[in-house]
Ligand binder design. Sequence first.
Ligand code: KIV
Length: 275
Amino acid sequence: MKNTVTTIQEQKMMKDKITMLTAYDYSTAKRMDEAGINSILVGDSLGMVMLGYEDTLSVTMEDMIHHAAAVARGCENALIVVDMPFMSYQTSVYDAVNNAGRLMKEGRANAVKLEGGEKVCPQIKAIVDASIPVVAHLGLMPQSVNAFGGFKVQGRDEEAARKLLLDAKAVEAAGAFAVVLECVPYKLASLISQSIRIPTIGIGAGAGCDGQVLVYQDMLAMFSGFRPKFVKCFSNVGEVMTVAFKQYIEETKAGTFPGEEHTFQIADEIIEKLY
Ligand code: KIV
C-alpha cells in the first residue's frame, strides 16, 4: 500500500509508529521500500554521509534533486520526503515555493522538509498553499550549526523548552503535516507529541514520539568514527564491508579471483587460430 500524507497522519491516530530512514540512492531505497518502511527521507545529511562535507551547509538544490530522483526510482510504497537545502527557503517565500516545486517536479518528492519554527511559517504556509506537503524540523537544526555553536541537545531550559513547544504549535498551524524533533529531551518531545495533532518523528528524542527516523549509515555502523548517543547499531554492515573489501584485495592479488565459475568460455580451436 502506498504511504501518503493521509496514511502517515492516520498512523498517529491509530498509535501505529511511523518508520522513516534516510536514503540517498536507488538500490538502498529499493531495499528499504521492499522491507516495508513508511517513509524515506532524502536528507541534506547526504552532504556529510555521501559527499564527505563536515556539515550540511554546502549541499545544493542540484545535489538534492539528483539523489531524490534516484531514490524515487527505487520506491513503490514509501512516502518520499526531500530536504530543502540551506538557503533554498530562508531567503524568501518566493524562493521557498520555487525550490519546493523543483524538488517535486525534478526530484519526484512527495513532500519537502525544512528547518525552523515560527520564523519559517510564512514559507511553510506558502508551500502548502502550492499543494506541496511540508514536514517541519525542530530542535537541533543542523543548518543552524553555526548559530547554535555546535551539534547540541536543544530545549533543556524552561525558556528553550517553551519556545520549542510554541514552534511546534506554530508549524502545525502553518500547515505542516508532520514535524521532525531532533535531539530534544525525551519528556519534552513526549509533551510536544501529545500537544499537537500532527505526527512527531523523533531522532534523539525518545520513544514518546509518533515515529522515528535514523540516518541509515548510522544504524548500520558504516562509520568507524563518532556515533551519537541516540544511534542504535542494528547491524555492523561497516565491518562486513571492510572484511569483504580486504578479502577481494587478497584474492585478486593471489590470483584466486576470478575463479573458473566467474569466467566466460570460448572453443579452443578458435583460440588456436589466433596464435
Ligand atoms: O538530513 C537528515 O538526515 C535529517 C535527519 C537527521 C532527520 O534531517
